[in-house]
Write a protein that binds this ligand. Sequence first.
Ligand code: SPV
Ligand code: MG
Length: 288
Amino acid sequence: MRERLATGIVQVMATHSPLSARLAEEAGFDAVWASGFELSALYGVPDASLLSFSQHLEMTRAIAERVSIPVVADLDTGHGNALNVRHVVRQYDRAGAGAVVLEDKTFPKATSLLPGARHELIGTAEFQGKLAAALDARSSDRLLVIGRTEALIAGLGLEEALARGRAYAEAGADLILVHSKRPEPDEIVAFAERWDRPTPLAIVPTAYPSLDLTRIAELRTIRMVIYGNHAIRASVAAMRDAFATIRADGGLARADRTVAPLEEILRLQGMDEHRAAERRYLTDQGEP
Ligand code: SPV
Ligand code: MG
């Protein structure tokens, strides 16, 4: 991940499962985003600190086992104070995460893109302590620690966002993620243009999709783009279509032409390797 960051813009696709992570890898993304929003949606609950840390950790571990690209793990607020962060980061490090993202909101958090949600931030110094705890907890600097400010999401303005970003860079964060929910990229562009630290920036352009890679590259300070929730949204749209077709037709014939063939699912499950292992180890096959 560090090498890729040094040479270009790292594109990270959202996932909520090892299967969606494999599809992201096959599509050519540099890394996958173990998204708290996507996993919450998968469980059918709001992204509001309702799932336990171990539920998200197990998803991250399962993804890391099934892909060879890095996993960027969404740790939300770190599940408590700096002492909780130490514990949590050690677990994600062992689970094989390539990066962890911690955000400066209070626990329990409100999901960032919800219109009218109340967003409260912890103090800058307290969040610096959480970042320091995360940096000390990692087993090596292979694991990137990304500090995320929600100052723009909370409506605190550009100056506060920049001040927090600088403070988190000073605390040693490897990247600063700055999030915005405005439908236009103006405040992110302003942030990126005024960013005056060597620490690279990360963004999640879900709310402002007009900001594409060409423009991001021109800004020069943004090195990571996280496509925040297009895995779960794509799968919901695809499932809804297939379910409606089957209901309307009273059968599978037409839906069968649009859903992925069974062979494709078997391949994604690693069935070839499984069958090879079967031939190698189940040597009693054929005996009565
Ligand atoms: C997530 O995907 O869980 C994120 C990005 O943190 S957002 O939902 O936009 O806050
Ligand atoms: Mg999240």
